[in-house]
Design a protein around this ligand. Structure first.
Ligand SMILES: NC(=O)c1ccc[n+]([C@@H]2O[C@H](COP(=O)([O-])OP(=O)(O)OC[C@H]3O[C@@H](n4cnc5c(N)ncnc54)[C@H](O)[C@@H]3O)[C@@H](O)[C@H]2O)c1
Length: 303
C-alpha cells in the first residue's frame, strides 16, 4: 500500500468509533501503520471494553493495512506511556500522534457537579497532555541522537472551545485549554522537528447524533453525506503527513467539504494613558474601544 503517509507510524486516540475511527482508516488507506487506541467507554466516559479498537484494527488489516490495538486510558500516565511504547514495539517508530479521545458530561453551570467537571477536564486536557508529553520525550531523544523527526501532532479542540457553548462549561474550558496547549507545544517542539496543530471538527457521531439529529442526518436520496466523520479525516491525514511542512501552531475548523483557518485572539482597539486610569476613566475608555471593536461571534446555543 502506498500513499501520502507511506511508512509512517500513526497513533490515534479514541479511534474505536466516530472521528477517530475515520482518521485511523484514512491514515491506513494512505499507507500508515496505525496504533488504534480506544478504551471503549460509554458516551459519558463510564464502562470500558476492548471491542471498538480491535474492530478497527480488523477493518484495517482486512483491507491489507497494518494496525495494532491499544486499550489503555490515555488520561493516565501508564496509558499514555504504553501507547507510545506500543507504537515503538509494534512498528519501531512513531511519526504522528492524533489526540482525539474524549466524552461529554453536559450540564448548565448551576447544575455542573465537581465530578463531571473533573472527568471532562481529565479526559480531554490531561488526555491530550500525557500522550503529547510521552511522544515529545521520544522525539526529543530522536533529535538528540541525530535522527531529526518529521513528526506531527494533531489535537482535537471544538467550536465549543473556540466560541463557547451553552451547557458545556466543562467541555468548552477543556477544549479552549487544548488550543493553548497546542500553541505552546508547537513553539517548544519545533526545534525537534515536531509540528503541532489543532482541529475543531463537526460530524455525525454518537457524541452529536442526539443533539444535532436533524442537521447532521445523512441525505435520504444519496449524494454527499456532508456530516460523515470521514469528511474531517483528509485534513487530519495531510496535517499528519510529511507533506504539511511548515504548518504548525494553527487551528482549523473542518466539517463536511469545508476547511477554515481559525484566526485567534489578537489585539484589537487599544488605548494607553501612560499612567493609571481612574475606574471611571477606564470605563469610559473601554466603552469607546468596544464601540470600535469587532463584535464577538455568538456563543453556540444562544442563537
Ligand atoms: N462529533 C463532533 O461533531 C465533534 C465536534 C467537536 C469536537 N469533537 C471531538 O472529537 C473527538 C472525537 O469525538 P467523536 O464525536 O468521534 O466521539 P465518539 O464518542 O464517537 O468517539 C470518542 C471515542 O473516544 C474513546 N475514549 C473516551 N475516553 C477515552 C480514554 N480515556 N482513553 C481512550 N479512549 C477513550 C471512546 O471510547 C470513543 O470510542 C472528541 O475529542 C470530541 O470532543 C467532536
Amino acid at each position: 500500500m502506498t500513499g501520502l503517509c507511506n511508512g509512517r507510524v500513526v497513533v490515534v486516540t479514541g479511534a474505536g468509533r466516530g472521528l477517530g475511527r475515520a482518521h485511523a482508516l484514512a491514515f491506513a488507506a494512505e499507507g500508515a501503520k496505525v496504533v488504534v487506541n480506544d478504551l471503549g467507554v460509554g458516551l459519558d466516559g463510564t464502562g470500558a471494553g476492548a471491542g471498538p479498537a480491535q474492530q478497527v484494527v480488523d477493518e484495517i488489516t482486512a483491507s491489507g493495512g497494518e494496525a495494532v490495538a491499544h486499550g489503555g486510558d490515555i488520561a493516565t500516565a501508564d496509558g499514555a506511556a504504553s501507547l507510545v511504547a506500543t507504537a515503538l514495539d509494534a512498528f519501531g517508530r512513531l511519526d504522528t500522534l492524533v489526540n482525539n479521545a474524549g466524552f461529554l458530561r453536559d450540564r448548565m453551570l448551576v447544575n455542573l457537579g465537581e465530578d463531571d467537571w473533573d472527568a471532562v477536564m481529565r479526559v480531554h486536557l490531561k488526555g491530550h497532555f500525557l500522550p503529547l508529553r510521552h511522544a515529545a520525550a521520544y522525539w526529543r531523544a530522536e533529535a538528540k541522537a541525530g535522527r531529526e523527526p518529521v513528526a506531527r501532532v494533531i489535537n482535537t479542540s471544538s467550536g465549543a472551545g473556540l466560541l463557547g457553548s451553552v451547557g458545556q462549561g466543562n467541555y468548552a474550558a477543556a477544549k479552549a485549554g487544548i488550543v493553548g496547549l497546542t500553541l505552546v507545544a508547537s513553539a517548544e517542539m519545533g526545534r525537534y522537528g515536531v509540528q503541532v496543530n489543532a482541529i475543531a471538527p463537526a460530524a455525525r457521531t454518537r457524541m452529536t447524533e442526539q443533539t444535532f439529529a436533524e442537521t447532521m442526518a445523512a441525505p435520504s436520496g444519496g449524494g454527499f453525506d456532508a456530516m460523515a466523520p470521514e469528511n474531517v479525516s483528509p485534513l487530519v491525514v495531510w496535517l499528519g503527513s510529511a507533506a504539511s511542512a511548515c504548518v504548525t501552531g494553527r487551528v482549523f475548523e473542518a466539517e463536511a467539504g469545508r476547511i477554515t483557518v481559525m484566526e485567534g485572539w489578537r489585539p484589537g482597539p487599544t488605548a494607553d494613558k501612560g499612567a493609571r486610569w481612574t475606574p471611571t476613566e477606564a470605563g469610559e475608555t473601554t466603552l469607546k474601544l468596544l464601540a470600535a471593536a469587532e463584535p464577538p461571534h455568538p456563543v453556540y446555543g444562544t442563537h
